[in-house]
Design a protein around this ligand. Sequence first.
Ligand SMILES: C[S@@+](CC[C@H](N)C(=O)[O-])C[C@H]1O[C@@H](n2cnc3c(N)ncnc32)[C@H](O)[C@@H]1O
Length: 377
Amino acid sequence: MLRNDQSVFELGFPSRLTFETEGVRYSGSKRSVIPKIHELIHLLPIHSVLDAFAGTTRVSQYFKSAGYDVHCNDLAAYSSVFGRCYLVNCNVERPELDEKLKFLNHLKPVDGYFTEHFGGEDDGAGSVKAADGKKKPFLLKNTRRLDAIRDEIDKIAGDKIEHAILLTSLINALDQVENTLGHQVAYLSKWAPRAYSDFILRRPRLLAGDGNYRVTKMDARKVSDRFDLAYFDPPYNTNNTHTPTTRVRYASYYHFWTTVVLNDRPQSIGASNRRLDCSSDTLPGAISKYESTKYDQVLAEIDQLVSNANARYVLFSYSNKGKVGIEDLEKIFARYKVLAIEKFSHRENVQKLLTSNREWLGDQSANFEYLFLVEKE
Ligand SMILES: C[S@@+](CC[C@H](N)C(=O)[O-])C[C@H]1O[C@@H](n2cnc3c(N)ncnc32)[C@H](O)[C@@H]1O
């Protein structure tokens, strides 16, 4: 049976392949776009692929399942962890893993950094209550277990890959009980039913493979190796001129996963206890260049990204609600041999559909996802 963080796509060509991916809830995840990507690329003469904005690594997982050599990259530290778990690891047996997960699942809860900053109680009427008066993303029983488990992972992991597998298991489990709408800049004021569950670490869906797999954490433009295909899925930002600063900023939206991975007990700030290092756009590295509020800067960045790409084919994802207009993107891609421009309906980002306070619903007009496929040389 499928868990709700998994998806299966039955693909009829070339040989009824099944592509299954696993990952956390993530704004801009391409989980449901994978069949379209497959349709566009499976007949191309490609062997090596770059997934330069890998996020959850769902697309990289598909690339690996489809038999390509894969390099996944993202600025986010948690994405590198997912990449080592799903991509670099090819040993699907790992008998010792079950023992370690069982050990972690049964650790005695302790009070620590996560409990102090992210744990809350039920006030008796289903609302979140905490000593500092803030909303919290987890019940205390779960942050106490997290405090115990996170430190222990550093002690019991046999190597860097196993460390990443254990961390991925922990993050996947926490994602199932997190009291949010899918991002970590605002928490719900009432406890959702999911939040009352005890999280359970499970074996991630490890993938076998006999290709070359690499993971990096750098600005996508700096990846200079040669690939047959470069897939670019940068942050879309927003074209909403009424609320130009209200857009997905990944470092801030998923600050909690960064802290779980780094376990660096950062100074935290604001209603959601975000890491100080992502709390303001003015801090170095807090926002990506694709998340700038300046149209020309984002346009120039995308232009450079595509022209620098050291790949025969470039596949590019964007949305009609993104910062840069589709006409301007078409001008960039018109410089190359355009093989396809696919436009299709796509569900909006979770936080736009499910806003809790009903005050900011964003632009409610139709959302279209685009895939541009060009041959550069
Ligand atoms: C739209 S999401 C990608 C989603 C991903 N394709 C998936 O299916 O999960 C954009 C990603 O770009 C990353 N990012 C932002 N700026 C970046 C940059 N300059 N270089 C590399 N990654 C970047 C973010 O951390 C985020 O994970």
